[in-house]
Write a new protein. Structure first.
Length: 166
């Protein structure tokens, strides 16, 4: 193999890995509701980790956000579309943000997931604004804010209705 062939092969791999990450290992390529599929996958992936300390969980969200921002921006350029539906790393990060330090019981976890999807689709202020930030930042930020909105709502529900989170 010539040096130019090796460089071409390396570039090919370096452009394929971010696309693989951005699409949730191609899960985002499902034909119907890829965002919901990505959120459900994130939820199922989260379940074995639901008892982690909140600081560890927050660190995972931060790392996934950083990696996802790069991968989503790269995927957006590679796919030639603004916020392509196949990119679901943002749903994964947003869902994990929604679940951050939520009591590890069925009702609050499922509520966080449902509220995350609601806010991600509805896009109340400022979610509608942050999504217009260019590149991977905009792709990731709107879902991160939707996740934090969902998290806050579950916490408020738990404060008002303590039996809901037990």
């Amino acid at each position: 193999m010539t040096p130019s062939e090796r460089r071409a092969r390396g570039r090919s791999l370096s452009s394929r890995v971010p696309l693989l990450v951005a699409t949730g290992f191609h899960l985002g390529r499902v034909p119907y509701a890829p965002g919901t599929v990505g959120s459900l996958a994130a939820f199922l992936l989260f379940l074995p980790f639901r008892h982690l300390q909140w600081t560890v969980h927050l660190s995972i969200v931060a790392i996934l956000f950083a990696v996802g921002t790069y991968a989503a921006g790269t995927a957006e350029r590679a796919l030639g579309a603004r916020d392509p539906s196949a990119v679901i790393i943002d749903e994964i990060v947003g869902c994990w943000a929604a679940l951050l330090a939520i009591p590890p019981h069925h009702a609050p976890l499922l509520s966080a997931l449902a509220l995350f999807r609601l806010f991600d689709i509805w896009k109340p202020f400022p979610i509608d604004r942050v999504q217009s930030v260019p590149g991977g930042w905009g792709i990731m930020l709107d879902d991160l804010v939707a996740g934090f909105y969902a998290n806050l709502c579950v916490r408020l529900f738990g404060w008002w209705l303590p039996g809901l989170t037990n």
